[in-house]
Design a protein around this ligand. Structure first.
Ligand code: HEM
Length: 227
């Protein structure tokens, strides 16, 4: 195992998580007026009505799919009697469907943004980096399905789950588990982790608020009185 591999998959995950958590906290504390999704609907609607829901349904599905698939301990699947090969197939089909939705939505959002003069003028470098970085991550994720299809025994998937679980439980040997993973998986992991690094510096902070808005379901009614 070389130093680059150890750095990227043993140390970089913690750098990414630290930047994500501390960066979000500092941005929320110091820059609340910039904490928004930077909606551009008022400038130009176009295919936003179709592209944005498709993209969001796909990407939120991928988020929860990755969290559940990577972080549920292997013994839970074994106890439930779900074979590794079956879990891999479910991950490939569900991930493939959600990834395709997100990809179609993202392509529409990109086309809308670059086809409109008004939108091009307000699009910053950060917006371009975020959209293109998500596009790259999605394409690599979808490509990895082809690689998975050539070994349906679930072995690679279990190693990737082991990597994620060793990272979040602070076990130092995480990187060693995926040393032999195909390049497409490693690139996908790197791009995915880097999204957490980009997060606090871009409009992606609105994701915190999106999930935070769920708390409104349980909040007290607002009292509106005439006087
Ligand atoms: C958690 C629930 C979420 C909510 C409620 C939400 C809401 C929104 C809203 C209102 C917009 C502005 C759309 C417009 O221009 O009018 C937006 C844009 C965007 N969201 Fe989200 N979002 C959520 C999750 C996510 C996630 C998980 C990601 C990706 C990691 C994401 C990435 C983006 C991007 C890249 C844009 C800009 C699209 C563009 O203008 O080209 N969002 N979101």
């Amino acid at each position: 195992m070389n130093y680059l591999h150890q750095f990227l998959f043993g140390i970089y995950p913690y750098i990414a998580l630290a930047v994500f958590l501390l960066g979000s906290l500092i941005r929320f504390d110091r820059e609340q007026y910039s904490w928004r999704s930077e909606s551009s609907q008022v400038l130009h609607t176009g295919v936003l009505r179709l592209g944005s829901p498709l993209f969001h349904v796909g990407v939120i599905g991928l988020f929860f799919g990755h969290a559940a698939g990577l972080l549920t301990p292997v013994w839970v699947w074994d106890t439930l009697g779900i074979a590794h090969s079956v879990k891999q197939l479910v991950a490939m089909v569900a991930g493939g469907m959600m990834g395709t939705l997100a990809l179609i939505g993202l392509v529409l959002l990109l086309a809308r943004r670059f086809a409109s003069d008004r939108l091009r003028k307000v699009t910053t470098l950060r917006d371009k980096v975020v959209l293109l970085w998500i596009l790259g991550t999605l394409l690599l994720g979808l490509t990895s399905i082809y690689s998975s299809a050539s070994h349906m025994d679930g072995h690679m998937m279990v190693l990737l789950m082991g990597w994620a679980q060793h990272v979040v439980t602070f076990r130092g040997d995480a990187a060693a588990l995926i040393v032999d993973a195909p390049l497409v998986f490693k690139l996908h992991l790197f791009m995915g982790m880097s999204l957490f690094v980009l997060f606090p510096f871009t409009r992606l902070v609105h994701v915190w608020s999106g999930f935070g808005a769920v708390s409104y379901l349980g909040r007290a009614f607002q009292l509106v009185r005439s006087r």
